[in-house]
Design a protein around this ligand. Structure first.
Ligand SMILES: NC(=O)c1ccc[n+]([C@@H]2O[C@H](COP(=O)([O-])OP(=O)(O)OC[C@H]3O[C@@H](n4cnc5c(N)ncnc54)[C@H](OP(=O)(O)O)[C@@H]3O)[C@@H](O)[C@H]2O)c1
Length: 319
């Protein structure tokens, strides 16, 4: 295998805190092991998880276990970035699924590392990542929203056993996972209601939602509408009267799932399922904005406001 010595551009996290803890740096290009591929990263993203790790803005009872896991005063893996899309640049001798030149995408889990021109990854699924072939029809930027939003939405929606004409509610319908959840619900033949803020109502309708609820003006929904399935894709940290009211309107036989129930499963077969849905036109990944790697601080500031539409991509130029 060709060794690629030299330096690359990457973003290092110098401590937990505001976006300014992220710094552009020149670091060594990683060398893949025999069971790893090296990926020339073309796009990453600023996801809710990247914000969560970088800010470490959590109640003490969550902060301590998280920091024991990923680093006490700063992340042990200094290059953040959970999702990636790019090209296989070299493949170790034991690699069977990929070859140089393949378009790929996926997630890195707790090894992070996608805010860089190159990263190495095993081809087998684990908590340290999953990777799959990226079809030509999906752009690198779209792939980052598809990997994260698609994996979250499909994992949690599939807990609902959603069938034709069921009435489902997606709470947080305009975010990365919510935009996927609305479209996946329509693909499954459900009647979909989406909850979002005023500025996103028309956008959520344009994704196919049959009804929309503005959480900035409503704090309850009328009894009578009964849901078979509710996906809380905002997460448990955001509580509200409206959310509670929606929950009261769940049918006795219905299912309520929070996107924070359990861990996101990193699965390459899930990525393949998502690719299929995008390629056949059933789901369109939404990328609201793309920032170059050099503007990572601005990108984190933007996402930290909490109201992006779909995903925000980070575009990474070649070496
Ligand atoms: N289980 C796991 O392992 C795991 C892994 C990763 C992430 N997650 C969870 O997934 C969540 C969602 O991720 P994402 O990428 O889809 O997030 P996102 O893109 O940031 O979307 C956030 C959504 O929340 C809405 N929102 C913001 N403030 C709100 C409020 N006060 N009330 C109601 N809705 C509000 C936004 O709508 P507007 O813009 O219209 O306000 C938007 O639709 C994360 O926050 C995290 O909790 C779980």
């Amino acid at each position: 295998m060709e060794e690629h010595k030299g330096k690359m551009r990457a973003v290092e996290c110098t401590g937990y805190g505001p976006p300014e803890v992220l710094r552009l740096a020149e670091v060594d290009i990683p060398i893949p092991g025999e069971n790893e591929i090296r990926i020339a990263v073309r796009a990453s993203a600023v996801t809710a998880s990247d914000i969560f790790i970088r800010s470490s803005d959590l109640p003490l009872m969550y902060k301590i276990p998280m920091r024991l896991l990923i680093g006490i005063t700063k992340p042990r893996k200094s290059i953040l970035g959970l999702v990636f899309a790019g090209l296989v640049e070299s493949a170790g001798s034991k690699i069977t699924r990929f070859k140089p030149g393949d378009r790929v995408y996926g997630m890195t889990g707790f090894r992070f590392g996608a805010y860089a021109q190159y990263m190495c990854l095993k081809e087998t699924d684990s908590k340290a990542g999953c990777v799959s072939i990226l079809p030509d029809e999906i752009s690198f930027e779209e792939a980052t929203a598809a990997a994260y939003g698609g994996s979250l939405a499909l994992q949690y929606m599939d807990k609902g056993g959603i069938e034709q004409n069921r009435h489902i509610l997606v709470y947080g319908a305009s975010g990365t996972s919510g935009t996927f959840a609305v479209q996946y619900g329509k693909y499954l033949g459900a009647h979909v209601t989406g909850v979002c803020s005023t500025g996103n109502l028309e956008f959520v309708r344009s994704l196919g939602a049959d009804a929309v609820i503005d959480y900035t003006v409503r704090d309850h929904i009328e009894p009578g509408i009964e849901f078979d399935f509710i996906l809380d894709s905002v997460g448990k940290m955001k509580k509200s009267k409206l959310k509670e009211s929606c929950r009261k309107n769940l049918k006795k036989s219905g299912t309520y799932v929070s996107i924070d129930d359990g861990d996101l499963i990193l699965s390459s077969s899930r990525l393949d399922q998502i690719s299929g849905l995008v390629v056949d036109g059933s789901i369109k990944p939404v990328v609201e904005k793309a920032f170059p790697l050099e503007q990572i601080v601005q990108a984190h500031r933007y996402v930290a406001k909490g109201h992006k539409r779909g995903g925000v991509a980070i575009v990474i130029g070649s070496a």
